[in-house]
Design a protein around this ligand. Structure first.
Ligand code: DC
Length: 221
């Protein structure tokens, strides 16, 4: 069977992670979470004491070693050999990741690394610019959307399951701010690739949204 590249893009909380993970599992593909890589750089920046400017962040990029390891339990993110898969989900990382991921020096390095991981196919790669920049020739491109209300509700639930309590309104504001930043930046802004299939996940269950993607993939492979 052909091993294709499946690109899943969309704004925060649109269901990319769950859909990408489940699709990868169903097809026995590797799941690549590119947001985790931008989060890892943000985590490194937070601990560095450096200012938020391109020169400082470029110097940080030349010093850090970021590794993505695929295990049966999913993707692990290692920074200079240390597993930081949990730490990259902290609210302070989320608060600065949009700014960090807007720097060209960060994107160039991470995009190259992402292309290397996915080049042989058999991957479900999730992010903001996968179908437009990282893998413009991906055989299947999905663009997930959902109402801000349902996205904020999902995120709030996810955070409360980790013991972090936020109101839906607070999360809604954060998501709206991140959407605005991610879609208006100069380098690789969040946008739908021309040939992507758009799926609105607002009223869909995880099973339903996964089924749609798996069906589309099976019609190609
Ligand atoms: O998917 P996520 O919420 O973990 O992503 C965190 C941030 O990383 C997101 O606000 C924008 C950035 N990002 C990006 O710029 N390009 C990607 N391919 C993936 C994420």
């Amino acid at each position: 069977m052909k091993k294709i590249i499946i690109a899943i893009d969309g704004p925060a909380g649109s269901g990319k992670t769950t859909t990408a993970k489940q699709t990868a599992k169903r097809l026995s593909y590797i799941y690549i979470d590119t947001g985790a890589m931008y989060r890892a750089v943000t985590y490194a920046w937070l601990g560095s004491g450096l200012p938020m400017d391109e020169k400082a962040v470029a110097s940080l990029m030349s010093r850090i070693n970021l590794e993505i390891v695929h295990t049966d339990a999913g993707q692990k993110t290692l920074l200079n050999g240390k597993d930081i898969s949990e730490e990259i989900r902290l609210p302070e990382v989320t608060a600065s990741v949009s700014e960090i991921s807007a720097f060209g020096c960060v994107r160039d390095k991470l995009v190259e690394q992402q292309r290397n991981i996915g080049k042989s196919g058999g991957v479900v790669c999730e992010g903001r610019d996968i179908g437009t920049v990282v893998f413009p020739n991906a055989e299947l491109k999905i663009y997930l959307v959902a109402s801000i209300e349902s996205r904020a509700q999902r995120r709030t639930l996810e955070l409360s399951q980790k013991g972090l309590d936020f109101s839906v309104d607070e999360i809604k504001k954060q998501i709206a701010a991140r959407d605005k930043f991610d879609s208006s930046r100069t380098h690789s802004p969040l946008r739908k690739a021309k040939d992507a299939v758009e799926i609105d996940t607002s009223g869909l269950s995880i099973e339903q949204q996964t089924e749609k993607v798996v069906e589309l993939a099976r019609s190609i492979i």
